[in-house]
Design a protein around this ligand. Structure first.
Ligand SMILES: NC(=O)c1ccc[n+]([C@@H]2O[C@H](COP(=O)([O-])OP(=O)(O)OC[C@H]3O[C@@H](n4cnc5c(N)ncnc54)[C@H](OP(=O)(O)O)[C@@H]3O)[C@@H](O)[C@H]2O)c1
Length: 308
């Protein structure tokens, strides 16, 4: 089958012919219609995550998939051939920018029927991340105030919509070009991080969802009320700032979950959550998508269309 692979760390992505994944009893084989790229892919490609995520070459890229079930493992009970599904597979079974992908049953959900495979492929990794940060780790409640950094990115565009659905008051950071986008998604307050200092404008927040790390994360502690919470998917509180400010700190790496993805699918079906796609690429253009996401300027998601 055709797949977007790297043949060594640091190499550019190329399309190669690789063996189709072999069915496992707890998994389904998906004919992939679309996938998407994420900043973590470039970290894997560069070899930064060698210890955490050991890989073998040629390594097929991609952690998001939307497609159709074509084979079903003998232990699988909830899915059948022909089902339209989407997923963020676990890292050991990743490799979704390819004609076929193997996904465990408990990491799968039925794709919402009101969106395309391209739109569905833009959701799993970032949608699960936003949900886990705001709902599971941050325990965001109706009426609370939340700051979501980088509201115009893949994670941020979904996080704003989820926070508004919960009934929170949402502030977000972005730059001038993206102010209309984040306002359309429901942001109540928009801070242009190039001209304004969020830590001087915002105060008494219940929750900050940080995806920048570094100084941005450290300054974010200042805007929290006592007992508030900072959830980061990028940094660690190495200076003990949470204790100094009397707040809770949570850092995590997102995890696959078919059940949570089904909840997100429900919100998409109701029209509460909308996929935000910046650009769609062909599998041959995968490296271009990685160059663009590396720039840090993507507005929503970059999708790879595999089967029209
Ligand atoms: N731990 C985990 O499980 C996990 C999961 C998912 C993502 N992540 C990490 O979270 C980060 C965000 O992921 P993503 O997919 O959303 O990335 P992304 O789509 O590449 O984010 C791009 C967006 O970030 C905005 N941005 C860049 N610098 C900014 C700044 N200083 N302040 C505010 N906004 C800024 C850009 O807006 P402008 O063009 O206006 O600057 C752009 O729209 C990445 O570092 C990723 O690795 C971690």
């Amino acid at each position: 089958m055709k797949a977007a692979v790297i043949k060594e760390y640091g190499a550019k992505v190329e399309v190669a012919d690789v063996p189709k994944p072999k069915l496992l009893p707890d998994s389904v084989l998906i004919e992939v219609h679309a996938s998407s790229v994420n900043p973590v892919d470039n970290m894997v490609r560069a070899g930064y995550l060698k210890e955490m995520l050991p890989i073998q070459f040629p390594f097929t890229m991609g952690y998001d998939v939307s497609g159709v079930v074509v084979e079903v493992g003998e232990q699988v009970t909830k899915f059948k051939i022909g089902d339209e599904v989407f997923s963020r597979p676990n890292s050991m079974q990743a490799g979704t920018i390819a004609e076929y992908a193997l996904v465990k049953e408990n990491e799968l959900a039925i794709k919402p029927s009101n969106i395309s495979h391209e739109e569905a492929a833009s959701i799993p990794l970032v949608g699960l991340t936003a949900w886990q940060a705001l709902v599971v780790k941050g325990n965001l409640q109706k009426g609370q105030k939340v700051l979501i950094h980088a509201g115009s990115g893949g994670v941020g565009t979904l996080a704003i919509q989820i926070a508004k659905h919960i009934g929170a008051e949402v502030a977000t950071t972005t730059s001038a070009d993206n102010i209309n986008l984040v306002k359309k998604l429901g942001a109540d307050k928009v801070i242009d991080y190039k001209t304004q200092k969020f830590e001087e404008v915002l105060s008494d927040y219940d929750l900050v969802f940080d995806m920048m790390g570094g100084e941005t994360m450290e300054k974010s502690f200042k805007i929290l009320k006592k007992g508030g919470c900072l959830v980061s998917i990028k940094g660690q509180d190495t200076k003990g700032l949470a204790a100094q400010y009397g707040v809770r700190f949570e850092a995590f790496f997102m995890w696959p979950s078919g059940e949570m993805l089904s909840q997100l699918a429900g919100l998409i079906t109701k029209g509460v959550l909308k996929p935000i796609i910046d650009k769609i690429y062909s599998i041959e253009q995968t490296q271009e998508a990685y160059d663009y996401i590396q720039s840090g300027r993507a507005k929503g998601k970059l999708v790879i269309s595999i089967k029209e």
